[in-house]
Design a protein around this ligand. Sequence first.
Ligand code: 13P
Length: 269
Amino acid sequence: MTKTKIKKSIPRRPFVAGNWKMHRTASDTKILIEDIVQRVQKVATVDMVVCPPFTSLPAAAETLGRHSILALGAQNMHQTKEGAYTGEISGPMLRELGVRYVILGHSERRQYFSETDASVAVKAEAAVGYHLRPIVCVGETLAQREAGETNQVVETQIRGSLAHFPAAHLDELVIAYEPVWAIGTGKVATPKQANEVHHRIRKLLVTLFGEAGSSIRVIYGGSVKPDNAAELMAEADIDGALVGGASLDARSFFDIIEAARPVRASEND
Ligand code: 13P
């Protein structure tokens, strides 16, 4: 496959985030962040985020320094400011560490920790109140895809997960479409399969939020690797990637960021 990149009709700034999941201790985090930072120094046209585990956030923040081009994200958040919620982490706790983004409703949290559209909706609304930008995840299982339910499932998840989202904060919202069958399996959705769903999501966002819906970034996740990233991101409705496994390798993560970089006019001729 050729690595053709096309210009997007609506200029949405590409967005690439690494979801480290439950990987890397604090000391390993320093090493990986240093490696990534060195590689991405000259990337000025892509929003780049790393989401290490909670326990690695202070080490990540310290390694990044105050004015890093790489932003910090968390993988979850409790909606309440503080309280008797053993084992939970609040928005203000994350903010104090310099966290700017928070992944909400990842399919692993929906599957293993009983998160629902309703709980994601409460968290997404709370997150913007704490000045955290939500990356809200949606996506169908293999059984749902095979039953022809993909569009309906994703629409229900988006409507439910954004049920309380304040219109004034739409420019802070990122949606990640992550088909569950493509996560950690090496089975990536084809660019066409992914773009079809992204296109439906885009139309739904415009239905829900009017013109503001057309500037929300909709990124793809599920076995994104350096060798498939460019084709995925060449699709008109795919604005970036939420990367799992490949974000744990600085070189691979950088290559994916490079694939998301918009083409300069001269490169497009
Ligand atoms: P993989 O890239 O490892 O498939 O994980 C995707 C994902 O779940 C990102 O949130």
